[in-house]
Design a protein around this ligand. Structure first.
Ligand code: FAD
Ligand code: NAG
Ligand code: NAG
Ligand code: NAG
Ligand code: NAG
Ligand code: NAG
Ligand code: NAG
Ligand code: NAG
Ligand code: NAG
Length: 529
């Protein structure tokens, strides 16, 4: 083995000199900084016809940084101190993706997978591993809808907007339950759950996955039958980055009515907001599942509130229902629009500040941010809420988003897929803080931790719940060498997956004991010793 490598080193050097002598076209010059290990890897890629490979460069205006930052959403992870990949690989086909993964495994490069790039903690753009590459599947974005079986195959690199458009292109009577922001990737969403305005009616996105194509830790391409039910269970919500590379997913579409009503209602004033949130939390989680009302509480003094939601039916029925069960909301026809499902997707995106162009995969409003999540199992007292508003008054760019559960969530067993937060959960909270400049990083993150600390008393406990798609490294992470014991991983694993954590560890132990796939919060295998 040693002899082989010393041979390769010498041979590589000669090859290099020979190539440079040929007259140095762009690609050849790029190889000149490579040692033998790197050269063997890049030869594997080029030998397999994989040409879209962009190597690390020191010039900040280079294609490397343009490509690296294209889908990276949290500017904190574009900062200079954050480790950057040796190369960005953009496969053009499923076969190229498969081969890229095989070359990386064979030559010992840590793979960082990127679909839509929206990971809150940059886990699709950076890694703690000394030698890592990003495989970005942005070009694998095909969606094939089959109306005979009411299913679709969707590639991991498609965005939610592309998926929604492709469905609407075929039918207005079926949809898919997933998130609000159209640029979020299918790959990350289905790996971690997927919460949107259809959650009370249909659950999380991952509940509707019926098959998948995966490149596993041995570099083999397998489908549901080939991977077996354990892995198929784990990859539907067990978190991106632990189970292999998902190439494509088969999903089941869900039925939606021809007329859907969307609405937005604004209120202001601390006392009003407290009273409305108190009422909301005792009504909405128990309301008919066709009604979905989210609450945005905006920081600043005084705090203000927006109810944003939709009803799976026409306007008169919505008004009648809300006036019966939640008159305090004060919903009137002027706050509402009747539309169809894709219309509801677009107006909700716009109401949340995203583009109406569902096919554009570039999210223009990039931010520095820290988001965290919680789950609430019993209603928060008015004094508890007032205390939170007091903290939020300090930060006009803070938000608390309350997403109601109940409905079908109460009937899906918490072990059916790894996403565990089902019966008994009233709502999920997402805490959001945006800022404009890297110099505010430390102070902003400290403020967010203060709010989270304050909320401890009012939210789920033992374990305190969190949502893996709002990934949060404050909950713990692997040591710098990428190693975490099961005991360490419990600190985030039980928050994200509840009782499912240990089953995930067993699946990992059986199918990827050498941790080919890992990140700062992946599931570790049981130790080998
Ligand atoms: C602006 C914004 C709005 C959001 N809105 C919502 C919302 O409404 N509802 C909701 O539920 N969530 C929402 N999220 C969270 C979102 O669901 C997660 O961040 C999700 O993981 C993003 O998917 P992605 O493909 O864009 O992410 P990526 O960053 O590409 O991937 C996320 C993780 O999965 C891994 N991964 C990516 N692709 C693959 C693959 N093909 N195979 C295996 N592993 C892979 C990555 O390595 C990474 O660890 C939002 C996030 C942002 C930034
Ligand atoms: C080879 O090059 C890669 C990429 O620059 C680097 O990470 C690695 O440490 C190098 N290996 C050796 C043995 O020098
Ligand atoms: C790779 O693909 C990306 C995305 O389409 C493109 O911007 C980039 O120029 C391509 N790079 C190479 C080296 O072909
Ligand atoms: C919708 O269908 C038309 C015609 O078949 C096609 O040209 C277009 O690309 C489709 N759009 C999407 C988003 O699938
Ligand atoms: C209803 O439509 C109007 C006009 O397009 C728009 O200004 C308003 O924001 C919409 N309201 C909702 C709740 O989507
Ligand atoms: C409601 O509040 C949101 C968020 O502050 C704002 O964007 C929107 O314009 C407001 N709508 C109305 C009708 O005042
Ligand atoms: C509370 O709501 C009422 C009725 O909408 C409004 O008149 C009042 O100004 C609000 N209070 C504050 C402090 O904004
Ligand atoms: C934090 O989460 C909210 C809700 O999903 C999202 O709108 C916001 O954009 C996130 N922060 C950023 C800058 O992505
Ligand atoms: C990784 O680091 C941890 C903590 O620093 C240490 O306990 C462990 O032995 C290290 N593992 C390896 C494989 O180096």
């Amino acid at each position: 083995m040693m002899a082989f490598w010393s041979y390769m080193r010498t041979f590589g050097l000669f090859l290099l000199l020979w190539l440079v002598n040929l007259g140095g076209r762009g690609a050849v010059v790029a190889y000149s900084s490579q040692n033998a290990t790197a050269l063997a890897f890049t030869s594997c890629l080029s030998g397999n016809g994989i040409e879209n490979v962009t190597f690390k460069s020191s010039s900040s205006s280079s294609n490397y940084y343009t490509l690296l930052e294209f889908s990276l959403q949290n500017l904190r992870y574009a900062e200079e101190s954050v480790p950057k990949p040796y190369a960005l690989i953009v496969p053009e086909s499923r076969d190229q993706l498969h081969k890229s993964v095989q070359c990386s495994i064979q030559h010992g490069w840590q793979i960082v997978m990127r679909s839509g790039g929206h990971s809150y903690e940059g886990l699709s753009s950076t890694s703690q591993a000394p030698n890592f590459v990003i495989i970005d599947v942005m070009k694998l974005e095909r969606v094939e809808v089959d109306m005979k079986s009411k299913t679709a195959w969707v590639e991991s690199g498609a965005t939610l907007g592309q998926l929604y458009s492709a469905i609407a292109n075929k039918t207005s009577l079926y949809g898919f339950p997933a998130g609000v922001c159209p640029t979020v990737g299918v790959g990350g969403t289905l790996s971690g759950g997927g919460l949107g305005l259809l959650a009370r009616k249909y659950g999380v996105s991952a509940d509707h996955v019926i098959d998948a194509l995966l490149v596993d830790a041995n570099g083999k391409l397998v489908d549901r039958k080939g991977m077996g039910e354990d892995v198929f269970w784990a990859l539907r919500g067990g978190g991106g980055g632990s189970w292999g590379v998902v190439v494509a997913w088969q999903i089941r579409l869900v039925k939606v009515p021809p007329v859907i009503t969307v609405f937005n209602v604004n209120r202001t004033g601390n006392d009003n907001v407290t009273e409305l949130v108190e009422r909301w939390q005792s009504v909405e989680p128990f309301a008919p599942e066709d009604l979905y009302i989210r609450v945005f509480v905006f920081g600043g003094s005084p705090v203000s509130l927006t109810f944003n939601g939709m009803y799976l039916g026409p306007l008169p029925q919505l008004l009648k229902l809300v006036n019966e069960i939640f008159p305090e909301m004060g919903l009137v026809a002027a706050d509402c629009n009747e539309t169809d499902w894709i219309g509801s997707v677009i107006s909700t995106a716009v109401a949340n500040g995203y583009s109406a162009d569902l096919l554009n995969r570039y999210l223009a409003t990039k931010r520095y941010f820290k988001n965290k999540s919680d789950y609430v199992k019993s209603a928060i007292s008015s004094s508890g809420l007032q205390g939170a508003w007091k903290i939020m008054e300090e930060k006009p760019d803070s938000q608390m988003i309350l997403a109601p559960f109940g409905g079908v969530m109460n009937r899906i067993p918490s072990t059916r897929i790894p996403f565990p937060h089902r019966a008994g959960y009233l709502y999920e909270i997402q805490y959001v803080l945006n800022w404009e400049d890297a110099s505010e990083d430390a102070e902003s993150v400290a403020w967010m931790r203060k709010l989270y600390e304050y909320m401890t008393h009012y939210v789920s406990k033992s374990p305190r719940g969190a949502y893996v798609n709002y990934i949060d490294l404050d909950l713990g992470h692997a040591s710098a060498n990428g190693t975490s014991t099961v005991q360490q991983a419990k600190s985030w694993g039980e928050k994200y997956f509840g009782v499912n954590f240990f089953r995930l560890v067993h699946v990992k132990t059986k199918f990827d004991p050498n941790k080919i796939f890992k990140n700062a919060q992946s599931i570790p295998p049981l130790s080998q010793s």
